[in-house]
Design a protein around this ligand. Structure first.
Ligand code: PLP
Length: 422
């Protein structure tokens, strides 16, 4: 037994079931990962008890002598990892980081220009029901209709037409690197601030496997829980001291009250791990796994079954499967893969002829499996399972058995008996 199972057996049972689910399936949602035990420990700690409104050395509460050290470590590690002069590690999430960023660099009613949501952009980049679409005048650039890549000439043309106060570079579903230098030049030409949201690819940046936006952007925001594999939360970086002051005051007291000190401590641990050689190896396996998947899904037998991959491949941790020519849509694919024990999410493809609930795409990511230890051999097997599942009349039971061989071979959280028992 554990304290939780004694006090609240219903919730303890859910934690046990979820641990079993994570152990027995292949997690391929591109935005998810498995945090290390060290991060679970820091996050599930007594630091959750502490109020610490303010910033290290300038708190509105007493008793902050230890949490101050934790936040200072998180700040210095974040800055070192991404080569930034200033950081804020208090945002509770990626979305709250983004709300603070926009509040710091724009006024309500200002024009913002980001990647179209249906082309891979994020809600916080101007979706009409989100604060970003309500408070600001949101405009969007799209991907090229034939290459499905962001065409910087088209971004420039749109920026010249809109003349935004904020130009946004960043995505939730895109499989190529962004040209930050070109974004900077366009922002300068139209007099906009450049905000890069690296939530998805921050881990690749930290490992030196993706261009670093920090030298080009006025401000860079991120989550910690996607490719970085840390606790669910956000952070913000800048090299501009004046901007940093605005960012700090727009996080607290602008957006938030007390920071989550247990999460900030866990962020510090995640940033420490992200500076180590094992992390780079993991990010390399992540990208390589996505490339193996893209190659398999563009092999002749897949293509003849109507399967394809947007942009023909990937430079990052995810693959965008294109099912426009397939008999099955993204919801069917999500369901078949779920039955086989592989968790993914359906996704609209740009210019999708199908409706949003049954779209033509699936987004498949490799970060969680790379964290689990997968390399080329395992990703080759995963890619074949997925290709077989998406072809007509798959033997789902046989695929489920292949998935279980993989999950059994790479135990998740070995020794963790129940989430309440260390
Ligand atoms: N920015 C981008 C590009 C994202 O993809 C996401 C999450 O999907 C976020 C921000 C928001 O992060 P959170 O879910 O922590 O609010």
């Amino acid at each position: 037994t554990s304290p939780l199972s004694e006090v609240d057996p219903e919730i303890a049972a859910i934690l046990d079931s979820e641990l079993g689910r994570q152990r027995g399936t292949l997690e391929m949602i591109a935005s998810e990962n498995f945090v290390p035990r060290a991060v679970l420990e820091a996050q599930g700690s007594v630091l959750t008890n502490k109020y610490a409104e303010g910033y290290p050395g300038r708190r509105y509460y007493g008793g902050c002598e230890f949490v101050d050290v934790a936040e200072t470590l998180a700040l210095s590690r974040a800055k070192a990892l991404f080569g930034a002069a200033y950081a804020n590690v208090q945002p509770h999430s990626g979305a709250s980081a983004n709300a603070a960023v926009l509040a710091a660099i724009a006024q309500p009613g200002d024009k913002i220009l980001g990647l179209e949501l249906a082309h891979g952009g994020h809600l916080t980049h101007g979706m009409k029901l989100n604060f970003s679409g309500k408070l600001y005048e949101a405009h969007a650039y799209g991907v090229d209709p034939t290459t499905f890549r962001i065409d910087m000439d088209a971004v420039r043309a749109k920026a010249l037409e809109v003349r935004p106060q904020v130009l946004i570079a960043g995505w939730s579903a895109y499989s190529r690197q962004l040209d930050f230098e070109a974004f900077r030049a366009i922002a300068d030409e139209v007099g906009a601030k450049l905000w890069v949201d690296m939530a998805h690819f921050a881990g690749l940046v930290a490992a030196g496997l993706h261009p670093n936006p920090v030298p080009f952007a006025d401000v860079t925001s991120s989550t910690v829980h996607k490719t970085i594999g840390g606790p669910r939360s956000g952070f913000i970086l800048t090299n501009d001291l004046e901007l940093q002051k605005k960012i700090n005051s727009n996080v607290f007291p602008g957006q938030q009250g007390g920071p989550l000190m247990h999460v900030i401590a866990a962020k510090a641990t995640a940033f420490k791990l992200a500076g180590e050689p094992e992390f780079k190896d993991r990010q390399e396996r992540t990208i390589r796994g996505a490339q193996i998947l893209a190659e398999r899904l563009t092999a002749p037998d897949a293509v003849s079954a109507g399967i394809d991959v947007l942009t023909g491949g990937t430079d990052v941790h995810l693959v965008l499967v294109d099912l426009r020519n397939s008999a099955i849509h993204g919801k069917d694919a999500e369901d078949i893969l779920h039955e086989a024990g592989i968790t993914v999410n359906r996704n609209s493809v740009p210019f999708d002829p199908r409706p949003p609930l049954t779209p033509s795409g699936v987004r498949i990511g490799t970060p969680a499996l790379a964290t689990r230890g997968f390399g080329d051999e395992e990703f080759t097997e995963v890619a074949d399972i997925i290709a077989t599942a998406l072809k007509p009349a798959p033997d789902v039971a046989a695929l489920r058995a292949r998935v279980l061989t993989l999950t059994d071979g790479f135990p998740l959280y070995p020794g963790l008996v129940s989430p309440g028992t260390w």
